[in-house]
Design a protein. Structure first.
Length: 340
């Protein structure tokens, strides 16, 4: 058996993930997040009058009970698994985005007629479309997240992500393939609609500012603090800042097992949509006591059987129960009713 094509594909995907500057898990963005975390911890130690040394800082960021936990090891497996699957599903979503974008532009042309190319400088139109696509991404992310928490069938697949009992940057890859498929195509719909409307308004195809095909604004947030949302480092945005941006503490609260935190903070980088739709929980400046995980002691937690196969069974049971609840009882014939 010739394994060279599979190995070549694996290393190709690994290279894109780790070396692509715009990748969600590039070594450059991870190094940037590590630098931010070290600075935050160093400042806190300095303010408390404690010595600032690298080794204690690294121990605080990478405690053994988190690094060696079953949850973290499962996250590593999800990373490798989704490294392959992501390329396939993302390709499908990308086709949907392109088709929808052109379809929206063509529909607007047929309804309102063609528009002349904009006289605005290119950098202005590109800046506008970059902001619009980022906001569309954030709205699509929020809606998918909201539906995944509110619809029992979808929750069974999204629950895989919430089964993590500790949070690390690799927890971002702890997602079920079904959830990933739905998520990427919802994003494709929102981004395709925004891009199609933008192309029509500007009268020409307008490309966003990006880094290796990733929206530049999104890249900025990834490099700044998105990786730290899945960590134990408490960085909280409060006041008006906490109503606009989704700090690491915001998302850690989202993972909390406390019922007061359920279905809160569903955004990615921005808290605006949560604020607008009533799902925002602004964290306090001081660390809140949190526990993570959904039924963390259940059998087969952090295993292929429990996290990849079981969601199909549980979601099927949800549909079965829903169908039985909505199906009216079949009336018995008259003789049968008399005997009953």
């Amino acid at each position: 058996m010739d394994l060279s094509p599979g190995l070549a594909y694996f290393f190709s995907q690994l290279g894109k993930a780790l070396l692509g500057p715009g990748s969600h898990v590039s070594i450059f963005s991870l190094a940037s997040a590590l630098s931010v975390a070290l600075v935050v911890l160093a400042v806190r130690r300095y303010r408390k009058g404690r010595r600032v040394r690298l080794r204690p800082l690294l121990r605080a960021l990478f405690p053994r009970h988190i690094v060696m936990s079953r949850s973290s090891l499962a996250d590593l497996g999800y990373f490798y698994f989704n490294l392959f699957l992501f390329g396939i599903i993302f390709g499908w979503a990308l086709v949907s985005y392109e088709v929808l974008s052109h379809g929206v532009t063509d529909l607007l042309v047929s309804l309102f007629g063609p528009t002349r190319p904009t006289a605005l400088p290119a950098f202005v139109s590109r800046l506008v479309i970059t902001v619009a696509l980022f906001l569309a991404y954030e709205l699509g992310y929020w809606l998918n997240h909201y539906l995944s928490h509110r619809i029992p069938f979808l929750w069974e697949f999204h629950k895989v992500h919430h089964s993590a009992t500790v949070l690390t940057p690799l927890t971002n890859f702890r997602v079920h393939p079904v959830y990933m498929c739905i998520f990427l195509n919802i994003l494709a719909v929102f981004i395709g609609l925004a891009n199609g409307v933008g192309d029509y308004i500007f009268g020409q195809t307008t490309h966003q500012y990006g880094l290796t095909d990733t929206n530049l604004i999104l890249v900025f947030f990834i490099y700044l603090y998105v990786h730290l949302q899945h960590s134990q480092l408490w960085i909280a945005f409060t006041g008006w800042l906490g109503h606009v941006f989704m700090s690491p503490a915001h998302h850690q609260i989202h993972h909390s097992r406390d019922p007061a935190h359920f279905n809160k903070n569903l955004g990615s980088c921005l808290a605006l949509w949560d604020w607008m739709f009533g799902t925002l929980y602004v964290p306090s400046a001081e660390r809140e006591a949190l526990e993570f995980g959904v039924e963390p002691d259940r059998a087969h937690a952090h295993t292929i059987r429990g996290e990849l196969i079981a969601p199909f069974i549980r979601s099927a049971l949800v549909l079965k129960e829903l169908f039985e609840r909505r199906s009216p009882p079949v009336p018995l014939p008259a003789p049968e009713r008399e005997r009953a």
